[in-house]
Design a protein around this ligand. Structure first.
Ligand code: PEP
Ligand code: MN
Length: 352
């Protein structure tokens, strides 16, 4: 249920509604827009029935009570009344008019590879730094990532460049170690429906980049986001990374339509991963341009100093030398959609 307050509603009236919802055993999710405050009463079926019987319509300050139509209540666009969520990652904004460029290698391979890439993407203006320490590999015989040592190198790259870190978590038992380093926890396509993992990341409160499963519908993606949001963590970005279709000429099919449609369905930022969709570096720029022009809130792209020597995803990583040009062209496309690069927060320079 969604309780829409009157424009004239006072703080006390809002608090009284919240208290009633909580007494009925549901969770009150408050969202205050420019004009009105909306309170989502989030609970299971039984709690929904309790809320209905509360008679909130007649309560002072309440304009109307409307059902939340979608099963993904907290992720739905309805709950914020059309306002878009903007995440703040260490001062860098993701969502709204901001365009986030998340760049870095597929996998952390060595100190030199990680630090070189971090410097190049930082100098070009990237918003966040990516790099996998725990890698979901199709083959159990393939390199599985450097694990803790990879996290340590990511921490070093952050300390040197100041770029916040995006890195994947696959196993709950690594959560504490990943929390030490990650500013954003990536949930890979293969774990989109690992519900205990999602709930644990929700409880951690750490911003999450949730990738769409290889064969997941948008409804399923938003239900997965709901598992994180439900635990009280509002910091979720969605990521379209290509889906399985009948086409075999390229690795996955980048679902560009998911960008505007997810934005109609949800208030959460939408990021696009052209690298894993394409599996080929020659397709990364055109897909990035299309995604940016279609209104994506950002791109997550793989960059490597010497892609041909990369241990993982060698065919798709952009050479670090090309990253500056790539970024400029993608930003021109983002500008078409009314977005500009989200970078380092402005410092006032005021020190005392
Ligand atoms: C990745 O970004 O490193 C990755 C493995 O992507 P995906 O989960 O989308 O395959
Ligand atoms: Mn990769």
């Amino acid at each position: 249920m969604m309780i829409v307050m009157k424009e004239t509603a006072t703080e006390e009236e809002v608090a009284a509604v919240v208290a009633k919802i909580e007494r009925a055993g549901a969770r009150a999710h408050r969202s205050s827009g420019a004009r009105v405050t909306v309170i989502g009463a989030i609970g299971d079926v039984e709690q929904d029935a309790n809320i209905e019987s509360l008679g909130l319509e007649g309560q002072p300050g309440v304009d109307r009570v409307v059902p939340i139509l979608k099963p993904y209540k907290l992720a739905s666009a309805q709950i914020t009344h059309g306002e878009r969520t903007v995440l703040d990652i260490d001062g860098r904004k993701v969502g709204g008019d901001n365009f986030a460029l998340i760049a870095g290698p597929c996998t952390v391979e060595s100190r030199d590879q990680m630090l070189t890439t971090a410097r190049v993407v930082r100098d070009a203006g990237a918003t966040l730094l990516r790099g996998g320490a725990y890698k979901p590999r199709t083959s159990p015989y393939a390199f599985q990532g450097l694990g803790q040592e990879g996290l340590r190198l990511l921490a070093e790259a952050k300390a040197e460049t100041g770029l916040p870190i995006v890195t994947e978590l696959m196993d709950i038992s690594d959560l504490d170690a990943v929390l030490e380093v990650a500013d954003v926890i990536q949930i890979g396509a293969r774990n989109m429906q690992n519900y205990p993992l999602l709930a644990e990341i929700g409880r951690s409160g750490r911003p999450a980049l949730l990738k769409r499963g290889l064969s997941a519908t948008l409804d399923e993606l938003l239900m997965a986001a709901e598992y994180i949001l439900k635990e009280g963590n509002p910091n979720v970005m969605l990521c379209e990374r290509g889906i399985r279709t009948f086409e075999t000429a390229y690795r996955f099919t980048l679902d560009l339509m998911a960008i505007p449609v997810l934005k109609q369905m949800s208030h959460l930022p939408v990021i696009v991963d052209p690298s894993h969709a394409a599996g080929r570096r020659d397709l990364v720029l055109p897909l990035s341009l299309a995604a940016a022009a279609a209104g994506a809130d950002g791109i997550i792209v793989e960059v490597h100093p010497r892609p041909d020597e990369a241990i993982c995803d060698a065919a798709q990583q952009l050479p670090a030398d090309d990253f500056g040009d790539y970024l400029e062209r993608v930003l021109a496309a983002a500008a078409v959609a009314g977005k500009s690069l989200s970078g380092e927060p402005l410092t006032t320079g005021a020190t005392s």
